[in-house]
Design a protein around this ligand. Structure first.
Ligand SMILES: [Zn+2]
Length: 175
């Protein structure tokens, strides 16, 4: 059975015990991540498992599903935006262990024990931020505005307006 996400945990110990944490973290508890957002409303559903791999190396892996408010980069209105981050990190006791790791392996050095799980999740969410979030075009104020503007530039079919072509035709008839 999973436990609620503790703010801090002894991750090496949790890895030896095959720990499993699952629960929600409020966006308000992640101030660095919140700086990228339009508000501190919303939460992150987090699921984290810890264990040791075949090399007896401790790891943490998990997913974070966030529902957050961001500014649409087209109309600059707030919008709800779903984000997902998934991550797997080797847990290291010291910086020295970073040497020799393959490039595609992510790792975290546990300088502080207990370690902040909130910080780890927050870092992963910041890495996954979409640079240019936008409404779907159908829901975006700016998109419908641009659409209207585009239409008004199309040739007018208004019969009251006399086109140069019509004038030329009349001249021909008169002459
Ligand atoms: Zn928009």
């Amino acid at each position: 059975m999973s436990k609620a996400i503790p703010e801090h945990a002894d991750l090496m110990r949790a890895a030896r015990q095959n720990g499993h944490y699952s629960g929600a973290i409020s966006i308000a508890r992640m101030p660095r991540f919140a700086e990228y957002l339009a508000s501190r409303e919303g939460q992150v559903d987090v699921d984290i498992r810890l264990g040791t791999d075949e090399h007896n190396q401790a790891f943490l892996q998990g997913t974070a599903n966030a529902r957050v408010q961001v500014l649409c980069q087209r109309c600059m209105q707030p919008m709800w935006h779903d984000m997902q981050a998934s991550f797997r990190l080797l847990l290291l006791d010291s910086e020295y262990q970073l040497e020799g790791l393959q490039d595609d392996v992510d790792a975290i050095v546990l300088n502080e024990v207990p370690t902040s799980l909130y910080n780890i999740v927050e870092d992963e969410l910041i890495l996954g931020i979409t640079l240019v979030p936008m409404h779907d075009e159908a829901q975006c104020d700016a998109a419908s505005y641009m659409h209207d503007e585009h239409q008004s530039r199309e040739p007018a079919l208004d019969e009251d307006k006399v086109s140069p072509f019509t004038v030329l035709k009349d001249l021909k008839i008169d002459g």
